[in-house]
Structure formats: C-alpha cells, structure tokens
Design a protein around this ligand. Sequence first.
Ligand SMILES: [Cu+2]
Length: 478
Amino acid sequence: MKHESRCIMNKRISMLFTIAAVAVMGATLFGSTYTQTQIGGQSLDVSKMNADVIEKIHQMGGLQLVMPEAFAETDCGALADSGRKVVEFNLTGESVSLPIMGGKTFNAMTFSGQVPGPTLRVTQGDVVKMTLTIPAGEVTGHGNDMHASQMSAGNFESVNPGETSQYCYIAEAAGVFKYHCSGVKLIGMDQHVLSGMYGLTIVDPIDGYNKLMVEKTAVSNGKVSMDRQFYDADALEFTLQYNQLYLTPEGNYDAGAMFQHHNTATVVNGMQFGYVPNMLHNILVKGDANKNIFVAQPWNGLEHKQYQSQLLFVENDQHVRLFVENQGNEPVFFHIVGEILDRVTQGNRVQSAATETWLLGGSQGMIVDLVFDEPGAYAAVNHDYAAIYTGAATVFVAGDPFGLNPRLVDAGVIPAPVPSYAYALGNPSDAVPPMGKNSIAHPAVNIHGLYTDEVASEMKDAGMIPLWEVIPTLPPVP
Ligand SMILES: [Cu+2]
C-alpha cells in the first residue's frame, strides 16, 4: 500500500513537470505550486496515517477535488431559496479584433465584446449568479475567476466552445474586486487576461457609503484654523481600471515581453490616453478642430467613433467616488495632478485620508473619494513616468474652466448654464459604473470604450449619445 501510493505520486509529479515544461507561464505557476504540495505530502510518513484517508483521496481523484468541501455554498438552487437577492451576471467569452493607438488592431480576448468586461454591481450579502457562455465558433475555452467570491478554484474551470457554465456565490465583502479569465485549466491565463479578459465587481457596503470629510482651513479674526467640510455619501462615480498590453508588431500577445515586464502600452479601461481632449473640445475651446488643447490627442477624429477619446466631467464642490482596480502586473501609483485624494478605502476600511498618491499592487483595488475644489483640468495618472507616457493619463474637467457656458447657451446646446460639461456632452460610458445605493446619476452618458461595433450599437439603442453623430456646433470663438 505504502509503496503503491508513492508510485502514483511520483507518476503524477513527473506528469506535472512535463506539462510545466511545455506550457506557458500560467501553467508553470500552477504546476510548481501543485507539485510543491505533492512533494510536501511525500515527506509525510504515510504508514502512520489512516489508510482510509489516503484511499479516499485517491478515489476522489486527488487533493484538488477535496477542496470544494472547505468552501462556501455554490449551489445556485440552494442559494436561490436563501432569502437573499440573486443578481444574474451573464457573460460571453469572445476573441475579437480591437484597435490600438496608432491605427493598428490587436487580437483581443473579451468578456461580451468589450475591454474591460461589463461592470457588475451588487450589494454586500447579495447572491451573484454568474453564467459564462462560450460561442461555438470561439477559438478557445475560457473561465471566470471572480475575486469577490470565496470558493474553490474548481468553479473557475474553463468552459469549452459551444458550452455554458454557471456558479453562484454570496458577495460577503464590500469593495472593488477584479474578475478575470482563468485560461484553459490555467494554461494561457496570462494571455487571456492581458489580451482583455478582465472586469470589475463593485460590492456596495450593506449599510451604504459614509459621508466624506475634506480637510480645509479658514481664516477667521486673523487666525488660521481647521475648517472641515462634510459631503453627503451620495457621489458621482467613475471606474478606472489599469492594465498593460504586451504585443508583437502584428498585434499578437507577446509572452516573452510579459515575462520581462516589458509592456507595449499602458491602458486605462482598455485604452491608452482614452480620456483626453478630442477635436470637439478643440472646437469648443479654441474654435478650431486642429488646434489641440492637450499635448497628446491620439484618438482625435470622428472616424474613431466609440474609440474617440472623451473627457471625464465633474462639478466643483461635488463628492466624486472612483472605483480603481489594478488589473495588470505592474504597480499603479495612483495620483491626481492638482488634487489631494480626500479618502482611500480598501476592504470597506479607510486606509488613508488627505493623501497625495496611493499604491496598488497587481490585482488590488480601492475606492477614492474626493472633491475637485476649483474649476480646471486635472490629470489622473499612474505616477510611474513610463506608465504616464505610454497611456496612463486621464483628464478630469471640473466645473467650467473654459468659460463655455454662455456660448453653449447661445448656441442652444444647453438651455441654461450648467455646473459641468457632462450636461452638454455626457460622460464616457466605459468609465460610468451601474447605479448603486449612493450614486448620483450622470447627467448624460456618451458611447466611449474599447467596444466592438455590435456593443456600441446596442448602447446607442439604449439611449446613450453617439458623439461622432451628434456633434454640438458652436459659432467661432470671438
Ligand atoms: Cu479566456
């Protein structure tokens, strides 16, 4: 018995080493972890253990299959009757071609035809019912590992083309959580995630968000003292997801570049410089489509349709909440030029307040609450200079810094002066999360994002503004 067990283990180890030797990074990582577990098991004196236990493990196909028993309920039928709200989250895994900066395309892998995948928003304690469908013509299987869950990795097993898979879990912890493709039994996970198969789950705290305190000072009777400002919990919300692309010149995934952390592009919500001014903003501010108001305007032109860059518009003195996730494998030093991060929350616990920059490691998220105090343009960056110059610069415009209100009113674009340009142009759809219990509705939403044309067309049908078709025109700047 003892001898036979070792033989089986050795056979499995050598098989795993063979797999590891031929597979890409994802599989190598998994292979080595699993193998170490097996080697650890070998050093045990099996003769002193209950033989039935060993036999049972063998009958069940190995240690991995014992794991589900240690995790929470994942049976959708049982959870449907648990008295909790069930939120359905339906995804498809599709390989498509999408544009990159410079006029080329790359071979993207997506959840539901967009990068990042759709944002799921639930309340703490809800049941998430995740259904992943892989169309019959898809070139590879895909899985979905949702970090908001706490269950056996066996549930993230890949789904074959032409098949559908489902699991359920309770979103027990509040915060922002990555979800990502797990590859085909972990093989190619790096390729699938870094080619676009990632997204965000927002789990709102069951008791809602807290009001925000902003540190200010005031002068009174010739004395400077604290003048703390408080804002209601309701906020205008955005999502910002950071990642990298590792591509060959032909637009294929470059594993060699990834191993060296030698990225081709830094992306925010899938695109390099996706939130910078475009020709429309040039016209509004300068009266000339060709007079750029920002140093880099790479997605500048109506022919870019849903890919044309858009700006993020907020009001002054408004509570803004950012859901930020580092989807990549390089650090993000999150900073907003010209602003202080008034509050940083992770895991529903305040980590910092009145801070300049906050560091996110890979697969780490946070909620940033802040108020843009003065009218102006503010760049949110990954304060790694290599990242800034390869795409991680996102422009917020607060209030009416360009004095456009009178001209927009005169031209009939808006009936009366507005507290932000979002009322005239909308905010980009890919940065706007679904509404939660403390969300302020965006005045309007325009279609912007790394979407297939089919996805963009569905958004148009749903009432979002296609800015490449509906262009507000203004008389020339006097
Ligand atoms: Cu995949």
